[in-house]
Design a protein around this ligand. Structure first.
Ligand code: HEC
Ligand code: HEC
Ligand code: HEC
Ligand code: HEC
Length: 432
């Protein structure tokens, strides 16, 4: 009997202890996550432009973000070592003749240098509008709210510069407080609206790409006020963009040799990537490759050291691909092929420009000559869509090669038309 009572008491104690433990575990598990993580240390004001202030609360993101300033490792076609594209490829001087990009055109580098680099470019002059700061500073979201984008854009670069001190930072991508990813650039907001798209309804995975489209897309300055505009009204494919520019008869400059009305393309990473690339269709986001999850002890966070994924392929590609050396070797093959093709297109463009310049005289058939100029415009803006895109075709290899093939074809047609323009006149003269 005594033994039985002891067992019952012991069992009771064990049950009580077990219940207490289960209760404690359940209590801990149901605590809101914030109680387990690091509590915010400072309050961050809406649109706070000083990234260091956000950094107090988010040390891992901030310390990796700072690395974008000092990165300087080159890769075969990218990386962040400052270098002149014009010195590497003299044909660019001919293709951009008469325009700022024939004077100064450098390989782009990390976000931490955006402000220094835009201020250092020799492309700046007295007429440069404030619009050129649009993708360079975390002061912008606040300035756009205070001034409105129209006023911001038409303020001269120098004057606006007095109000800008920060390079790209947290406020360009995040909403303070919630830390949600946001569209901060009014030009992107407007371009999406014109396509009946509301980014507030996008999924989190979509935002991990769209947040980069705040800056990584083709744009132009509309009208006297140099209003920042994305040419997406007809769609984001190169043909849609070309049609749009033709319809509004827009040009960035006139080529002095061929007298063609030209368009300069600007870093259309978002457009090329989202044009049904394999990765895009598979739901992969820019941040998956450029901001891979990283571990620091128990903490897992997105690396904010945004750079060439080829400099850290184990984390950038390895989260999805088991054979990292295979996929990085594929990048090399793809980029080499795209570069070879792009280089051939450049030869065709140079030939077109020379043929048009040679045919530019009163004896030539002016209608054919004008058609040749139109073909030159179409060819070069297509080539530039790929050349100004920064992945050397990797973001969408099929689309890159499709566009370059079209560009080469158009450039050779331009050359032929120009030759015809002079020959047809000679022939008619000979027949007289
Ligand atoms: C599947 C992985 C992947 C995705 C997704 C991806 N990229 Fe890339 N990106 C790369 C690779 C690889 C390169 C080539 C880097 C090199 O040549 O050093 C690159 C190059 C770049 C570069 C030039 C980097 C340099 O070092 O010069 C920029 C800018 C860029 N990507 C932006 C974007 C943006 C914006 C998006 C989304 C619209 C995106 N990428 C989506 C893999 C990716
Ligand atoms: C170029 C855009 C960009 C900038 C600039 C940027 N972030 Fe992020 N950040 C992202 C993206 C993309 C994610 C991933 C979000 C997701 O998966 O929902 C992210 C995630 C985060 C997260 C969530 C946890 C994590 O690591 O995934 C925190 C916190 C954060 N960022 C803090 C910061 C801070 C602090 C700064 C400034 C020092 C900053 N970010 C600058 C794009 C940016
Ligand atoms: C506020 C504008 C802005 C946003 C938002 C932005 N970028 Fe950039 N990005 C730039 C500019 C400008 C440069 C070139 C800076 C320079 O050359 O000084 C750049 C450069 C880069 C580079 C080249 C870095 C290197 O080391 O070569 C990569 C890669 C890149 N961005 C990827 C991204 C990705 C991915 C996102 C989204 C998560 C993103 N960017 C969002 C403006 C932006
Ligand atoms: C978030 C996941 C993810 C990441 C990160 C990722 N990939 Fe992929 N990759 C895919 C998927 C999904 C496919 C589609 C084919 C498949 O199912 O394997 C793919 C396909 C490819 C292909 C074949 C492309 C084709 O057109 O057939 C190459 C090459 C490739 N990836 C290279 C890379 C490289 C290089 C990186 C790192 C810079 C990378 N990927 C990062 C998911 C990813």
């Amino acid at each position: 009997m005594k033994n039985n009572a002891l067992i019952i008491i012991l069992c009771g104690i064990i049950l009580l202890l077990a219940a207490a433990l289960a209760g404690t575990l359940l209590y801990l598990k149901n605590q809101p996550p914030v109680a387990r993580g690091v509590l915010p240390i400072v309050e961050i004001k809406p649109l706070e432009s000083d990234s260091a202030r956000w950094g107090i609360n988010f040390a891992q993101e901030y310390s990796t973000f700072l690395l974008t300033k000092s990165n300087n490792t080159p890769t075969t076609y990218g990386g962040a070592l400052p270098s002149s594209k014009l010195e590497k490829d003299a044909r660019l001087v001919k293709l951009f003749s008469g325009y700022g990009f024939s004077i100064d055109y450098n390989e782009e580098r990390g976000h931490g240098n955006a402000l220094t680099d835009v201020r250092a470019t020799k492309r700046l002059n007295e007429k440069t509008p404030g619009t050129c700061y649009s993708c360079k500073s975390s002061d912008n979201p606040k300035l756009w709210t205070e001034m409105g984008m129209a006023e911001y854009d038409k303020t001269p670069f120098k004057t606006l510069g007095k109000r800008i001190t920060e390079s790209i930072g947290c406020a360009n991508c995040h909403e303070a407080g919630t830390m949600n990813l946001v569209v901060t650039n009014p030009a992107l907001e407007e371009a999406l609206k014109k396509q009946d798209k509301d980014w507030r309804k996008f999924t989190r995975q979509e935002m991990r790409t769209v947040v980069c489209a705040n800056c990584h897309d083709e744009y132009y300055f509309a009208g006297e006020g140099k209003y920042l505009t994305l040419p997406w009204e007809k769609g984001t494919r190169i043909e849609n963009i070309a049609d749009y520019y033709d319809e509004i008869a827009f040009s960035d400059w006139q080529h002095p040799d061929s007298k063609t009305q030209m368009i300069k393309m600007q870093h259309p990473e978002y457009e090329l990537y989202s044009a049904d690339s394999t990765h895009y269709k598979a739901g992969v986001a820019c941040a998956d490759c450029h901001m891979p999850y990283t571990r620091n002890g128990a903490a897992k966070f997105s690396s904010h050291d945004i750079q060439s994924p080829l400099l850290a392929p184990e984390v950038s590609c390895g989260s999805c691909h088991t054979d990292v050396s295979y996929v990085t070797a594929r990048v090399k093959i793809i980029q080499d092929i795209v570069w070879e093709t792009q280089s051939n297109t450049e030869d065709a463009l140079v030939a077109a420009i020379e043929a048009i310049a040679a045919a530019d005289n009163e004896q030539s058939d002016q209608t054919l000559l004008e058609e040749a100029r139109q073909l030159h415009r179409q060819a070069q803006l297509r080539w530039d869509f790929i050349a100004a895109e920064n992945s050397m075709g990797f973001h969408n290899p099929q689309e890159a090669l499709r566009i370059l093939a079209a560009a080469t074809n158009l450039a050779r047609q331009a050359e032929l038309k120009a030759v015809k323009a002079s020959v047809s006149q000679e022939l008619s003269i000979n027949h007289q």
